[in-house]
Design a protein around this ligand. Structure first.
Ligand code: NAD
Length: 187
């Protein structure tokens, strides 16, 4: 049995309806870490999950382990055309999209004095621009479905000064600032 069918409670006794049963969820950065764990949990709670990541082997393996309706799509969150393609494919496959977990992110550790402008721009492209593009392009899809939830994964680094997290603080602050606006406008 794939994880997607495992809807029993912790004691393994009774089957219960999952908390997101029937929903379709897209998780970025789903090949590893928090994204992968989120995809597993969403599937356990009854969602049909689209795992998206630049890591094709890792993402494919994660989708295979989840089983059921879970699929993997290659996706670079920093690329607008990639967002458009993934959302078209997800909607074509499942007919709707209810949940987006904007999770993909990178960390480049080190001192700002040693950082290159290219490093900084790469962090911004993935961690801030990726969140913006996800919100921008998923809202029309969710509007067609009638509703939706966007979960933007940020970091305490956006709020608390930390040494050695190059570019992380600014981008997380940016993602946090952006976070409420598109959603709150949807009411
Ligand atoms: N792990 C922590 O302690 C922690 C703390 C605070 C915030 N976060 C945030 O949580 C999120 C997940 O962190 P994690 O620890 O699971 O990281 P991770 O490195 O385990 O996973 C990140 C995933 O994102 C993917 N990815 C990288 N660039 C991508 C891109 N351009 N497009 C699509 N996918 C891409 C990677 O391939 C990887 O699978 C990140 O946004 C991170 O900043 C993590």
């Amino acid at each position: 049995m794939g994880l997607a069918e495992a809807h029993s409670d912790e004691s393994g006794r009774a089957e219960r309806p999952g908390r997101v049963a029937g929903k379709v969820a897209l998780v970025t950065g789903a090949a590893s870490g928090i994204g992968r764990a989120s995809a597993v949990r969403l599937a356990e709670e009854g969602a049909r999950v689209v795992l998206a990541d630049v890591d094709e082997p890792g993402g494919g393996q994660a989708a295979k382990e989840i089983g059921g309706d879970a699929i993997f799509l290659t996706h670079d969150v920093s690329d607008e055309a990639s967002w458009q393609r993934v959302l078209v494919e997800a909607e074509a496959r499942f007919g709707r999209l209810d949940v987006l977990v904007n999770n993909a992110g990178i960390v480049v550790a080190g001192d700002i004095e040693q950082a290159s402008l290219e490093d900084y721009q790469r962090i911004q492209a993935v961690n801030a621009q990726g969140v913006f593009l996800g919100c921008k392009h998923v809202i029309p899809v969710m509007r067609r479905a009638g509703a939706g939830s966007i979960i933007n994964i940020s970091s305490v680094a956006a709020l608390v000064a930390t040494t050695g997290l190059r570019g992380e603080q600014g981008r997380r602050a940016g993602a946090d600032q952006d976070r409420g606006d598109p959603l709150s406008r949807q009411g």
